[in-house]
Ligand binder design. Structure first.
Ligand code: ZN
Length: 298
């Protein structure tokens, strides 16, 4: 099943056609996309039993990209994972972590799979990532059944302002990665049964049509089961929580010279078998002041 947030309403998507969950279920399930995770197993079972191509119980509408909003718009918690691909740790000149490196992206940074990304400065970087959404209350989950606790997966961008992220005396990942629209994900939540191998997905990112990142999620240092086991050994994970699992090599900050986003740049992000996103960078309200400051400092 593929579940999207279409103009604020939970919608099953099949072949770019959307079916309203509340109407199709005759009110059994809420139209609120975040409430979908309160009864995820029941919702998935219901959605999987319907032949959406044939006798769907409700009128369908075509999916307009611009109407797609974040599939989990109001999670209680949003986690990010740093340095989770060997290739990315190498380009960042940092040692491989012995436990997952965890930070948060504040929920106000979440955004839909198509739209604008306002740049607050000229130090903004891309990070394409596999995003997983929690489907069950999770505490002390064993790796062996961790996928059972995942509602589904999306493609996401952990967009990062590198100067704020690295500000001394200690890096502030959560701030540098939480400007508005710095956490887009989508286009829909894809359940695990739709994927051949959820631990080996093809992930890629292009800027203005040039591919800059390409990896398989089987290259993750800490794979999804290990991340769920580790996170749930410390914090309680709630249904609808969102986890950005880390980015592979190819970010702009790891290049010589560095390559950061500019107004007008187009970010294409893709996770094979799941979907793609497209974002256009625009100058944020503070952009002109920020680049004047950079120019006067150098
Ligand atoms: Zn990241």
């Amino acid at each position: 099943m593929r579940l999207a947030n279409l103009a604020g309403r939970a919608s099953v998507v099949f072949d770019r056609i959307a079916f309203d969950v509340e109407r199709a279920s005759a009110g059994r399930f809420s139209s609120d996309p975040q409430r979908a995770f309160d009864h995820w197993d029941e919702l998935r079972e219901w959605g999987s039993a319907i032949d959406w191509a044939g006798d769907a119980p409700v009128k369908s509408i075509a999916v307009q990209d611009s109407a797609l909003q974040p599939p989990a718009p109001q999670p209680r918690q949003v986690f990010g994972v740093g340095l989770n691909y060997r290739s990315h740790a190498a380009e960042a000149n940092l040692e491989l972590p012995s436990v997952p490196v965890i930070f948060t992206k504040f929920p106000s940074c979440l955004a839909g799979p198509f739209g604008d990304v306002p740049l607050p400065s000229d130090n903004v970087d891309w990070e394409v990532e596999l995003v997983v959404i929690i489907g069950r209350l999770s505490r002390h989950v064993a790796e062996g059944n961790a996928w059972d606790h995942i509602a589904g997966v999306c493609v996401g961008q952990d967009i990062s302002e590198r100067v704020v992220q690295g500000r001394p005396p200690v890096p502030q990942f959560s701030m540098g990665k939480s400007f508005p629209s710095f956490g887009p994900f989508g286009p829909a939540i894809v359940t695990i049964d739709e994927l051949d191998d959820p631990d080996d997905l093809d992930l890629s990112c292009s800027i203005n049509g040039t591919q800059v990142q390409h990896a398989r999620t089987s290259d993750l240092i800490f794979n999804v089961p290990e991340l769920i086991a580790y996170l749930s050994s410390i914090v309680t994970l709630y249904p609808g929580d969102v986890i950005f699992t880390g980015t592979p090599s190819g970010v702009g900050g790891g290049r010589t010279p560095k390559w950061f986003l500019r107004p007008g740049d187009v970010i294409d992000s893709a996770l094979a078998g799941v979907g793609h996103m497209k974002h256009i960078c625009i100058a944020g309200a503070e952009y002109e002041d920020a680049i004047a400051l950079t120019a006067s400092a150098s």
